[in-house]
Design a protein around this ligand. Structure first.
Ligand code: ZN
Length: 286
């Protein structure tokens, strides 16, 4: 945990100056939630808090998501539902026994639907002393305004592993793969694809190279998918190969690329799966 926001929360808590609701936009919901739990443990641990305390009942209850005064709400299906908010309200009707505050965290707060947001609104409009809320989202632009306007707003971003790092490639190798990917995609979507196998295999015939190239292609589609579904995405990867496809098309193509990678691992003939890949990417799904 290493963030000015989290340290600020700890200081404000000690000074009794916490706001009643925080909106935190993050590029990594899981990490943000874990860090918030660390803050809450830090503030409530009866010992001098050490990261990952397993020595006290309170930290153990938080680790097990069983502390009555800490409620973490995640979408139940596509939305956070009204009954989840009603349940929270009744759970928090009494004062906390083991901690100073009752704290709720909404993960994917943008997934409040209109009825659950209405139920939530009362909570943030007329805050009950002793209750503090955290609304975590990857995109505050799609959050309901009435809630957003009643929260203190922060950003909590984490470093992202670049694709180049995750594939463990030096600059020159990475860029030569990328140049190839661009030309190859242009070619297989062009009108004349008669040489597609030669174009590929004359330059890269080793299965390891082929695997990296298809991982790059998959990453391009995946980042476009993240962008289209309003999630945080890496624009440098999107810029490698701009796409105009819609969400269902992109999902279909991600399936085709993943299937290629699976077949490649099973030692199926590369020529055969390249043929299948090109036909399917061009829209012949049979
Ligand atoms: Zn502890």
């Amino acid at each position: 945990m290493n963030s000015a926001l989290l340290e600020e929360l700890i200081t404000k808590y000690r000074e009794n100056k916490l706001a009643h609701a925080y909106l935190i936009e993050t590029n990594n919901l899981t990490a943000a939630l874990e860090d918030l739990k660390e803050v809450i443990k830090n503030l409530n641990c009866p010992h001098t808090y050490q990261t990952n305390c397993h020595d006290c009942n309170l930290c153990n209850l938080i680790n097990l998501s069983n502390l009555p005064s800490l409620k973490i709400i995640e979408p139940d299906g596509p939305f956070i539902k009204k009954n989840q908010i009603e349940e929270l309200k009744s759970d928090f009707a009494s004062i906390p026994l083991y901690s100073r505050y009752n704290i709720y965290i909404l993960k994917n707060a943008e997934k409040l639907n209109s009825s659950s947001a209405n139920a939530m609104l009362k909570f943030v409009e007329e805050p009950t002393p002793g209750i503090i809320g955290f609304f975590l989202t990857t995109n505050k632009d799609i959050m309901i305004d009435t809630i957003k306007s009643r929260c203190q707003s922060y950003t909590l971003n984490y470093p992202v592993n670049t694709l180049q790092e995750s594939l463990n490639l030096d600059d020159e190798t990475y860029h030569s793969y990328l140049d190839f990917v661009k030309n190859y995609l242009d070619y297989i979507f062009s009108s004349n694809i008669i040489n597609h196998k030669n174009i590929f295999l004359n330059q890269y015939s080793d299965r390891h190279d082929i695997e990296i190239i298809f991982k790059l292609i998959l990453a391009i589609y995946h980042e476009h998918f993240l962008k289209l579904t309003n999630r945080s995405y890496q624009s440098d990867i999107i810029n490698i190969y701009p796409l105009t496809a819609n969400i269902p098309e992109i999902i279909k193509k991600m399936q085709i690329i993943s299937q290629f990678l699976t077949n490649l691992r099973y030692n199926v003939s590369v020529e055969l799966i390249l043929d299948k890949f090109v036909l399917e990417m061009r829209g012949n799904y049979e």
